[in-house]
Design a binder for this molecule. Structure first.
Ligand SMILES: Cc1ncc(COP(=O)(O)O)c(C=O)c1O
Ligand SMILES: [Zn+2]
Length: 407
């Protein structure tokens, strides 16, 4: 299924049985080296499977059984044309990859699906993960499809909708009085202590393997082409690293002819990778986090070094956005494209609005999670409130005659 692992930090090449999480030599993040065998673009294009499993020939895990529920249905999200938003930002072509349309409403389903298939191959259960919310929800949905028990460690401040999804999916959930970074360290220690399999983002190399499939879809949806730029919101940096790996593999296979420039977007209150980039440094200084974009609040990013390298290699950039800009982007996306984004997802678009782009550029923005994940933030993003009236035509006429939002 895969050839082994490669460590970009120290150059180590490892067999599949020589590592599980990080590089045993230097603790760097490991790249999985899939065995592409006879993978062909034509065979993929002819597949009738709309899910990410159409890319099985590019993945290091087996395809789940046909009857395995949402695990079998991950992927295949629409690449939504956004012509009105494109005009607003002075672009010819703008696309939104709407990952809010996943089974659990975030891009994290991709990572959790692939990690669950890896756990299945290893015969492991339970799987524990730290999460700001979405990764845990995705694992809570995917693991039971494979008969695996999920254990989720989240900050107690996670938005109620994410906690509700966890509860409804029946996962064992532990709320931590602390940050995502605390939850990460705790679940890593717990996995070691209990001998459980750990899904932690980027620590487990298979999370990247799931996330790279979003690039496969974008390239195929564009007719096997890369766009000029892809905007990605960044917490740990693992989505960005996955996006990079996906496009890189397609270039190496000759399926597309060039890489897009990758632009990572961080929230002002959680921007250690962006700060290192803007300072021209390789040193990512951990910080405490303070942003309403809970999904990208990662003060000690688990994939910072690779994210920095990926952006630099493609000639891209990092952009920092404020919470106010994120809230404004939720409303702009909703009103300009009818796509409903959670704060972390809208951050990527807020980053686009702050960039100078050529009018001829073709841009893709990853909308990584649905606005239904955090309705409180959505309500803060829109100032006007509809008024309540008595159910009479006169009252309706009077209400419609007034400008919305005026008293
Ligand atoms: C909606 C959403 N956007 C972006 C991210 C950031 O991904 P990463 O931590 O891999 O950078 C996450 C991670 O939880 C997320 O849930
Ligand atoms: Zn190493």
């Amino acid at each position: 299924m895969f050839l082994g692992y490669a460590c970009r930090s120290c150059g180590a090449e490892l067999r599949p049985d020589q590592a599980t999480y990080r590089c045993p030599g230097c603790a760097g993040n490991l790249d999985v080296r899939p065995d592409f065998g006879k993978a062909s673009r034509e065979a993929i294009s002819q597949s009738r499977d709309p899910s990410l499993w159409r890319y099985a020939s590019l993945l290091p895990v087996p395809v789940p059984d046909d009857d395995s529920g949402p695990l079998r249905a991950v992927g295949g999200t629409p690449l939504v044309a956004a012509p009105r938003l494109a005009r607003r930002v002075g672009l010819g072509r703008l696309w939104l990859k709407d990952e809010g349309r996943m089974p659990t409403a975030s891009l994290k389903d991709r990572a959790s699906a692939v990690v669950v298939q890896r756990a299945r191959a290893l015969g492991k259960s339970p799987i524990i993960t730290a999460s700001t919310g979405n990764a845990g929800v995705a694992l809570a949905a995917m693991a039971p499809c494979a008969g695996i028990e999920p254990v989720i460690v989240v900050p107690e401040s996670a938005p109620p909708a994410k906690l509700a999804q966890l509860a409804v999916f029946g996962a064992r959930v532990v709320l931590v009085r602390g940050s995502y970074d605390d939850a990460f360290a705790l679940s890593e220690a717990a996995a070691r202590e209990l001998g459980w399999y750990c899904r932690n983002t980027a620590q487990n190399p298979f999370t990247t393997e799931g996330k790279k499939t979003v690039s496969f879809e974008v390239a195929e949806q564009l007719g096997w082409r890369a766009p000029d730029r892809v905007f990605v919101s960044v917490g740990d940096g693992n989505i960005l690293v996955g996006v990079h790996k996906g496009f890189r593999e397609l270039v190496e296979l000759g399926f597309i002819d060039r890489m897009p420039k990758l632009v990572g977007v961080q929230a002002q209150g959680s921007s250690p990778i962006a700060r290192a980039f803007l300072a021209g440094s390789d040193r990512i200084e951990p910080c405490t986090t303070d942003t309403l974009a809970d999904s990208i609040a990662a003060g000690n990013p688990a994939d910072g070094a690779r994210a920095l390298a990926a952006v630099r290699e493609t000639g891209g950039a990092f952009v920092i956005v404020s919470d106010e800009e994120i809230l404004a982007a939720i409303a702009t996306l909703g009103q300009g494209s009818q796509v409903f984004a959670e704060p972390a997802a809208a951050a990527a678009f807020a980053g686009l609005e702050k960039c100078e782009l050529g009018p001829g550029e073709e841009v893709v923005v990853l909308i990584t999670g649905s606005g239904l994940k955090d309705v409180r933030a959505a309500m803060r993003a829109v100032r006007s409130r509809p008024r309540s009236i008595d159910p009479t035509l006169e009252a309706l006429r009077a209400a419609l005659a007034q400008k919305e939002g005026t008293p």
